[in-house]
Design a binder for this molecule. Structure first.
Ligand SMILES: NC(=O)c1ccc[n+]([C@@H]2O[C@H](COP(=O)([O-])OP(=O)(O)OC[C@H]3O[C@@H](n4cnc5c(N)ncnc54)[C@H](O)[C@@H]3O)[C@@H](O)[C@H]2O)c1
Length: 419
């Protein structure tokens, strides 16, 4: 099939590449001319495990193309995916200007029948708005489909190639058949395509996001409780996760906005949970202190730094007069373009430690899990680690002589020799 993908970011590039991988001809459209140039010349613009190999193969076989010209990009396409940004607007709701802007442009360009598929995460009712925006200037025949994306950055290619399920919000039979044919190769293992109306599909994405955020926040709250009660959150997580009703089934959540607001509030606070521990260790005076920071991406195996806890930590430490030397295996370029010279960029995880008063860990990259502790000891000024990701065994690291704070596990001062 011939496909266009408008917006070539984390979702669009993975979507385009994976559809090319199953034999489709894909043209990706983006307004960022630099990005299109890099992609057209064989440079992947994001870090995502497994993506480069598929990208290069499909580029070489000319199933994957890139352009800045929407008209050229969609001319041949039977299906047009919108993978455009929907950042929170001023009132916190998703800003639809990119999606509706492109929809309006499409209205002027459509000649023959096409299926326009919304893959961006959008509020309920957006499919209707997209339809109206297209229809304003359109003489051709088209259908609008809602196909929310559930991929997780860091495992996006796997998630796309082997999705747990594909959700398709669609009203007409013609579009339903087109979408079914397109996704056929991705659901050979018995994973379902779930068809529904457009509004339900849009809400499914929000409901899934909110549920997952609630689950994480719930465990974060338990972690705080663990610290107060002298329990170990890693043990509690294992203890409750093996209950089928919690680990596997996830329905029956009594969900309302109060919960969501609380979830967002707790999530924000969680990003700075280490800060009071750091302040306490340094007697509330971080001025002139120098920190090494490992991990900048919002999670491992991606270079995406949007909403990354490390950024909150950097801001807070700089505001208190500290300096930082940071390291991340993939996200350095993104932080450099955001923060410029505000922090120092280390060549390696060990370089970052040079002369640091303490190490802070913000992302659980694999290479941070079993570091060379002897090397660390020789570089760090103090043997002090604040670990936001619970990477190390508490007993083992304290045996090595480190002052070690993590989250939801025994605080450092509870383990002083006579305690
Ligand atoms: N990143 C994720 O993990 C993820 C997962 C599921 C859903 N989503 C949703 O998917 C959507 C896209 O997210 P993303 O992370 O890929 O965003 P992104 O910011 O990485 O990519 C968006 C791309 O769209 C391009 N763009 C902007 N305006 C354009 C226009 N008028 N024409 C063509 N291209 C244009 C930008 O240059 C950019 O390359 C969002 O709604 C997001 O909420 C994201």
């Amino acid at each position: 099939m011939k496909i266009a993908v408008v917006g070539t970011g984390y979702v669009g590039l993975v979507t385009g590449t994976c559809f090319a991988e199953t034999g489709n001809d894909v043209c990706c459209v983006d307004i960022d001319a630099g990005k299109v140039e890099r992609l057209s010349t064989g440079h992947v613009t994001i870090y995502e495990p497994g993506l480069e190999k598929l990208f290069l193969r499909n580029l070489k076989e000319e199933r994957l193309k890139f352009t800045t010209n929407l008209e050229d990009g969609i001319r041949e396409a039977e299906i047009i995916f919108l993978a455009l940004p929907t950042p929170p607007g001023e009132d916190g709701s998703a800003d639809l200007k990119y999606v509706l802007g492109v929809a309006e442009q499409l209205g002027r360009l459509l000649k023959d029948y096409k299926v326009i598929v919304d893959k961006s995460t959008v509020p309920v009712g957006t499919a209707e708005k997209v339809k109206n925006a297209i229809a304003k200037n359109c003489t051709g025949d088209f259908d609008v489909v809602s196909n929310p994306e559930f991929l997780r950055e860091g495992v996006a290619v796997d998630d796309f190639m082997k999705p747990d399920r594909v959700v398709i919000g669609v009203s007409g039979d013609r579009a339903r058949k087109v979408m079914g044919d397109l996704y056929g190769p991705f659901v050979r293992q018995g994973n379902p395509i779930i068809y529904m109306d457009e509004r339900s599909a849009e809400l499914t994405k929000y409901a899934a996001n909110s549920f997952l955020a609630t689950k994480i926040t719930f465990m974060n709250e338990i972690a705080l409780l663990c610290e107060r009660l002298g329990a170990d959150v890693d043990m509690v997580r294992r203890g409750i996760g093996s209950d089928e009703r919690i680990g596997k089934r996830s329905e029956e959540v009594n969900y309302d906005f109060k919960i969501l607001n609380a979830v967002m509030d707790v999530n924000e606070k969680q990003k700075l949970h280490l800060l009071p521990k750091i302040r306490k260790f340094f007697n509330n005076d971080l001025k002139g202190k120098h920190f090494a920071l490992w991990g900048l991406a919002f999670k491992p195996n991606t270079d995406d730094i949007r909403e990354a806890p490390a950024l909150y930590m950097i801001d807070a430490l700089l505001a208190e007069g500290a300096t930082l030397s940071v390291f991340d295996p993939e996200a350095m370029h993104n932080v450099r373009s955001l923060l410029g010279g505000k922090v120092a960029y280390a060549e390696s995880q060990y370089d970052a430690l040079d002369g640091a008063d303490a190490l802070i860990i913000a992302t659980e990259w694999n290479e941070f899990r079993t570091p060379n502790f002897l090397k660390m000891v020789t570089s760090l000024k103090n043997k002090v680690i604040f670990d936001g990701r619970n990477l190390f065994d508490i007993a083992a690291i304290r045996e090595l002589g480190f002052y070690y704070e993590s989250i939801g596990r025994a605080p450092a001062d509870s383990l002083k020799p006579n305690n």
